[in-house]
Design a protein around this ligand. Structure first.
Ligand SMILES: NC(=O)c1ccc[n+]([C@@H]2O[C@H](COP(=O)([O-])OP(=O)(O)OC[C@H]3O[C@@H](n4cnc5c(N)ncnc54)[C@H](O)[C@@H]3O)[C@@H](O)[C@H]2O)c1
Length: 254
């Protein structure tokens, strides 16, 4: 049995994790952390992570960047592996995660769905074949409540494309601010916010007289919740280090 500490347990994703975890026999949420307790959880909810006293095997965090330091401190102090799913982290925070992973196993990805991680590989393959003749633009769409823009997933897809391009890439978020044609170095990233869109990502390759689009659409938050629970099971008992969805996919293919 894997005992989970769920950070952000009363938010949209936290509630979805609770719903999905109840279908796993080997996963038990023993405590939660949330500054806004909805009073509906079946486990104790703490306002501050440092006050959690229940013995836990793994942390799942879908909360807010302001909780990251607390999560990392708790994980390192008690040597508890953590699945870090909160987005909108700064570069400094990402460096802290890499440093902390020297002392505790951490699983970090901007997108917990298996499908997005598959299209990330497709994007790399497409860039290798299409080269610099095709301009890359990424368009992402999310619900009206989302705090960060562009999404962590859009940046993850841009990083995947940039990692195999033959020229240095520059991410362009605000074409309205300059009047000039796009450069070969550009990867354009645009964000749409509205309604209840769960998460849509299009990677557009625009060439001469031809456009190729690689798309992913999440139908519900369940895909992220299932991915996070699988990540929690995957990381329990692993050696210290930084893991992501590609490591999980590789292991499940063995
Ligand atoms: N990696 C992924 O696949 C993935 C998928 C969906 C959402 N997310 C990210 O997960 C995060 C949560 O998303 P959501 O839609 O559930 O948001 P939400 O606003 O519905 O839930 C966040 C919860 O965290 C709590 N919270 C905020 N700050 C806190 C703090 N300092 N300490 C304790 N609790 C705190 C809030 O009270 C709230 O209940 C966001 O960053 C979102 O972008 C990641």
């Amino acid at each position: 049995m894997v005992n989970v500490l769920l950070c952000g347990c009363c938010g949209f994703m936290g509630r979805m994790i609770c719903e999905c975890a109840s279908t796993y026999e080997d996963v038990n949420i023993v405590a939660g952390v949330d500054i806004n307790d909805d009073g509906q959880r079946k486990f104790p909810v703490y306002k501050a992570i440092e006050n959690v006293s229940a013995p836990v095997d793994v942390i799942i965090d879908f909360s807010h960047p302001s909780l990251l330091d607390g999560v990392l401190e708790f994980a390192e102090k008690h040597h508890v592996p953590a699945v870090l799913a909160t987005t909108g982290l700064s570069e400094e925070q990402k460096r802290k995660i890499a440093k902390a992973s020297e002392n505790v196993p951490l699983f970090f990805t901007a997108n917990m769905s298996i499908g997005i991680n598959v299209i990330s590989e497709l994007v790399k393959n497409a860039v290798s074949v299409l080269g610099l003749d095709y301009d890359i633009e990424i368009v992402e769409k999310h619900h009206r409540r989302k705090l960060d823009a562009p999404s962590g997933t859009a940046l993850m897809l841009a990083d995947a494309a940039a990692s195999v391009r033959e020229v240095p890439s520059e991410y362009i978020y605000d074409r309205h601010s300059v009047r000039k044609p796009r450069s070969v170095n550009d990867i354009g990233i645009s964000a749409v916010r509205g309604g209840t869109i769960v998460g849509e990502h299009d990677v557009i390759f625009a060439g001469e007289d031809e456009v190729i689009t690689i798309s992913h659409s999440a139908g519900s938050r369940k895909v992220f919740a299932v991915g996070a629970i699988r990540a929690a099971l995957f990381i329990s008992g692993k050696d210290n280090g930084l893991y992501d969805m590609s490591a999980l996919i590789k292991e499940s293919m063995k």
